[in-house]
Write a protein that binds this ligand. Structure first.
Ligand code: PLP
Length: 417
C-alpha cells in the first residue's frame, strides 16, 4: 500500500479514478512519474482554464518571486494587489459596464459563496435563500445548504436550513412554464415560503451534470428577482473566467447580477484566489466583519493580472472557446446518434460539455476506459451519470481531436460489451 493509502484520509476522491502518481504538467497534459502522458480534460475542475504551467503566467510568477515580492499579506495594500484591482477594473469590469466592489473572501470558491450569502442576509435582514435543484456551491455549511447533492449534504452532520430549492431550467422537461411554482409561492401569502434575501444560481451547473440554463430562463430569473426585490447571486466559480466563452458566463444572457462569485481560474495558474463582486450599494460590511488569513495570496494576484492582460484584452480566447466547444458538441451529437438504443444526451455550453448516460455505472466505465487510453475526465450529476469535459481553454485543435478520438473509442468499448 502506498503512503497515500496508509496516511491520507479515505475522503480522497479524484485519486481513486486515476491511481497513478503525477509529477509534471504542461499545457493540456499531465505526466505520471513514469513519464506516461495524460491529456487533461478535467483541468483542475475548472481551475486551469489557461493550462498547466502556462509559460506567460509562469514567467510573471518566477519574476515576482525572484525579486522577493510579498507572498502573504492578509488584506494589506500591496503593489501586486493594486495591479490586480486596476487590471480587473480596466480589462474586465469597465468594458462590460459592470460596477462592482471586490471582496476577497478567502482562498476558495466556497469562501466566495459564504461571503455572498452572509452579505445578502445582512443587507436584506432576511435569512432565507432560494437555490436550485442539482446546484453545487461548495462544501462549507452555508454553501452546502444551497447545494442539491444528497450525499454531500449528508456529510454536514447537522440540518442544513434557511434555503429552499426551486426547479432549475427544464427540471420538468418543459412540462410547466418557467418559474410557475416559484412565482406562485412568492405571490401567495399562504404559501409558507419565507421571503428570500437572495437567489443563488449557476448559469451552467457543472457538478450538477452540465445542465446549461437557457438564456431566456436566466433573463426570466433576473426579471423575477427584480420584480420581487430579491438579490441575484450568480455563482461563476466554475463557469466564469471564460469557460462558456465570455469572461462572465452570464454575459450571453445580458443580465447583471447583484453579486458574483469567482474562484478556480481567476488566479490563472491554479493558485488559490477567490472574489465576491458586489453592487457598491450592498457594501455594508463593518471592517473585519468577514475576515480570513488567506485573502491576499500575492503570487495569485500576479498570475491573475497576467492572465487578464494576456487573454482578456481582446475576444480571441472567447471566440476560440466557442468554436472548440461547438466542435465537441457536434462530436457528442454524432455519438448520441450513433447509439440510439443507449439513450445518450449531449449537454453543455462553450468548453463545459457533457455526455449523459442512463447510469452512473456506464459513465464511470467510459471515464475509466478513457483513462486507460490516456485521457482524464470526471463524472458529474446526481448519480454521476454525466461524462464531463472541461479541457483548458488553451487546448489545441489537435488535442481536441485526440481527446474526441479517445472518447469515441471509450464509448464504443463500453457500449459494445
Ligand atoms: N461553486 C461552484 C459552482 C463550484 O463548482 C465549486 C466547486 O466545484 C464551488 C462553488 C466551490 O469551490 P471550492 O471547491 O474552491 O470551495
Amino acid at each position: 500500500m502506498s503512503i497515500f493509502e496508509t496516511l491520507e484520509s479515505e475522503v480522497r476522491s479524484y485519486s481513486r479514478g486515476w491511481p497513478v502518481v503525477f509529477d509534471r504538467a504542461v499545457g493540456s497534459q499531465l505526466f505520471a512519474e513514469d513519464g506516461t502522458a495524460y491529456l487533461d480534460f478535467f483541468a483542475g475542475a475548472g481551475a486551469l482554464n489557461y493550462g498547466h504551467n502556462n509559460p506567460v503566467l509562469k514567467k510573471a510568477l518566477i519574476d515576482y518571486i525572484s525579486r522577493d515580492g510579498v507572498t502573504h499579506a492578509l488584506d494589506m495594500y500591496t503593489v501586486a494587489k493594486r495591479d490586480f484591482l486596476e487590471t480587473l477594473n480596466d480589462v474586465l469590469l469597465k468594458p462590460r459596464d459592470l460596477d462592482y466592489k471586490v471582496i476577497f473572501p478567502g482562498p476558495g470558491g466556497a469562501n466566495a459563496v459564504e461571503a455572498a450569502l452572509k452579505l445578502a442576509r445582512k443587507v436584506t435582514g432576511k435569512e432565507s435563500v432560494i437555490n436550485f435543484t442539482n446546484a453545487f456551491h461548495g462544501m462549507t455549511l452555508g454553501a452546502l445548504s444551497v447545494t442539491g447533492n444528497s450525499m454531500k449534504r449528508h456529510g454536514a452532520g447537522i440540518p442544513l436550513v434557511h434555503a429552499t430549492p426551486m426547479p432549475y431550467d427544464r427540471y420538468f422537461d418543459g412540462a410547466y412554464p418557467d418559474f410557475l411554482y416559484f412565482e406562485r409561492l412568492l405571490e401567495d401569502s399562504g404559501s409558507g415560503l419565507n421571503e428570500p434575501a437572495a437567489v443563488i444560481v449557476e448559469t451552467v451547473q457543472g457538478e450538477g451534470g452540465i445542465n446549461a440554463a437557457g438564456l431566456d430562463w436566466l433573463q426570466g430569473l433576473a426579471e423575477l428577482c427584480k420584480r420581487h426585490e430579491i438579490l441575484l447571486i450568480v455563482d461563476d466559480v466554475q463557469m466564469g473566467c471564460g469557460r462558456t466563452g465570455p469572461f462572465f458566463s452570464f454575459e450571453d444572457a445580458g443580465i447583471k447580477p447583484d453579486i458574483v462569485c469567482l474562484s478556480k481560474s481567476i488566479g490563472g495558474y491554479g493558485l488559490p484566489l477567490a472574489l465576491t463582486l458586489i453592487r457598491p450599494d450592498l457594501d455594508v460590511w463593518e471592517p473585519g466583519e468577514h475576515n480570513g488569513t488567506f485573502r491576499g495570496i500575492n503570487p495569485a494576484f500576479v498570475t491573475a493580472t497576467e492572465a487578464m492582460r494576456t487573454y482578456w484584452r481582446d475576444d480571441e480566447l472567447e471566440k476560440s472557446t466557442r468554436a472548440k466547444g461547438e466542435r465537441i458538441g457536434a462530436a457528442f451529437t454524432e455519438i448520441v446518434e450513433r447509439y440510439p438504443d443507449a439513450e445518450l444526451t449531449a449537454k453543455g455550453r462553450g468548453l463545459a460539455r457533457g455526455l449523459e448516460f442512463t447510469s452512473g455505472e456506464l459513465a464511470g466505465q467510459v471515464c475509466k476506459a478513457a483513462f486507460e487510453r490516456g485521457l482524464l475526465m470526471e463524472t458529474s450529476g446526481p448519480d454521476s451519470e454525466v461524462m464531463k469535459l472541461l479541457p483548458p481553454l488553451t487546448v489545441s485543435d489537435a488535442e481536441v481531436e485526440q481527446g474526441l478520438e479517445i472518447i469515441g473509442e471509450s464509448v464504443r468499448s463500453v457500449l459494445s460489451k
